[in-house]
Design a protein around this ligand. Sequence first.
Ligand code: ATR
Length: 276
Amino acid sequence: MTTIPQADQYAVMGNPIAHSQSPRIHALFAAQTGQNLEYRAIRVEPGGFAAAARAFRAAGGRGLNVTVPFKPDAWVFADVLSARAERAGAVNTLSFGPDGVRGDNTDGPGLVRDLRDNHGCALAGRRILLLGAGGAARGVLQPLLLERPAQVLIANRSASKALDLALRFTDLGQVSGCGFADLAGRVFDLIIHATAAGLEDAVPPLPPGVLAADGWCYDLMYGHEPTAFVRWGREQGAAQSLDGLGMLVEQAAESFHLWRGVWPKTAPVIAALRGG
Ligand code: ATR
């Protein structure tokens, strides 16, 4: 008699979580690579992350993805952090092993892979403007700087937060911070949007001419309709104005690889998600 091995258990924890695409993405990865795993979405109440993660692990769970608002809690929860997660101050991937809980952050690598590998956007030598200085911006800075851009300027509503954030990364490359008003007369090859203004379908106040003639725009957010920043990029005549769906799938692939040791193909999964 043959027994069917029980599927390894994974989940994403966040709040809200109902609209998370992660279960669908990981189910597609698992089917494609023949991995026997189950992946579900778990809504966790504020303040309840550590208890929920502990319970999931105690029940045999192998790993977790972590999304808003619990990435800083996961950073604290991990026993060991990757260098990029340490810098990010946030963890989106937990791996439960015999030696403890390992925390990583695959958001930044996901962004770089989508831009560089999926869209052929070289980052080396480019002038990059990063809008926002919150958790999302901080999460992508190290992988961006490791691509050796000419510079990364962080612009934020409160300039002091941009300056503080830049100071944490100056050992990795040319990075500085400013307010939106300081952008007049500056030109960038790539503008990455990482503020929460998109939640109100708005874009930060940007001066005309801030995007180079053949420049690119990238919004970390995505939606069924083009985001406000994607629309702004198109209005500026961007060579490409992209949303963050590709990044979402790429960060999931990085997590999948950390857990399972195999790389899923992302292009068919991105296409499936775009298809609805
Ligand atoms: P996240 O994890 O999404 O980055 P966060 O850490 O709360 O969330 O950071 C939100 C970011 O969006 C900050 O950079 C914030 O600017 P301030 O630091 O000045 O608050 C930015 N932000 C939020 N609403 C904004 C708006 N309407 N216009 C421009 N920036 C906004």
